[in-house]
Design a protein around this ligand. Sequence first.
Ligand SMILES: Cc1cc2nc3c(=O)[nH]c(=O)nc-3n(C[C@H](O)[C@H](O)[C@H](O)COP(=O)(O)OP(=O)(O)OC[C@H]3O[C@@H](n4cnc5c(N)ncnc54)[C@H](O)[C@@H]3O)c2cc1C
Length: 219
Amino acid sequence: MSETFTPSAETTARRSERASLDREAAYAVLDEGLVAHVGFVLDGSPFVIPMAYGRDGDRLLLHASVAARLTRALSDGAPVCVTVTLLDGLVLARSQFHHSMNYRSVVIVGKAERISDRDEAAEALVRLVDHIVPGRSAETRPGNRVELRQTAVIAVPLETASLKVRSGPPLDDEEDVASGGWAGVIPLTLTAGEPIDSPDADGSPPPPSVTRYGRRDRP
Ligand SMILES: Cc1cc2nc3c(=O)[nH]c(=O)nc-3n(C[C@H](O)[C@H](O)[C@H](O)COP(=O)(O)OP(=O)(O)OC[C@H]3O[C@@H](n4cnc5c(N)ncnc54)[C@H](O)[C@@H]3O)c2cc1C
């Protein structure tokens, strides 16, 4: 597989100094992210729906109820645009115009593919669980036949995609810098809190995937 995504008109960014087609860097963002915003058109109306996801090599994995509207929209090779965003900071300039955000984001454009093979779909669901909490699948019951029948698993090829990154301080105009005043960045990170036992827990201690979970440890 190529080190870069396939160039296309759809994924060529105009502010190219912030954008790239670097596959490995984009995969690092996908592996750190938790929420994908999935855009599609259904019955002529555009929708963007937040979803959990996973990654299996060069494809992004999504899942939904077979009865969901989303499944109807994504099952038949429909065009889809998926975005994953990591927010790294609030960029506060002296001028309102130059306020911004630091981020790493990936935009994927492609066609959804429903995974119809049952074993492959089951494996994809395991990857989804392990994406959310690494190692969690080994501690839990896999989906049974009924659950798998109720679940549609959808893959989006990671072939036409782009990465965009903004980092660093605000870029104020010289006259605003000269006029003085504070400017800078408020860094933002997503952190995990202390695990909370379920009310029906039997007193078992949290398993390793939970005790070692930390957003900062993620790849
Ligand atoms: C948290 C966050 C907040 C933002 N806030 C704003 C805002 O308020 N106003 C604003 O104008 N822009 C904002 N941006 C930047 C925005 O995502 C776009 O990059 C920008 O608006 C240019 O869009 P475009 O479609 O004109 O870009 P183009 O350069 O024409 O886009 C062409 C292609 O470049 C790629 N591309 C564009 N943007 C991104 C991206 N962010 N990540 C990965 N690939 C990308 C896609 O493949 C896209 O199809 C924000 C980005 C993030 C992540």
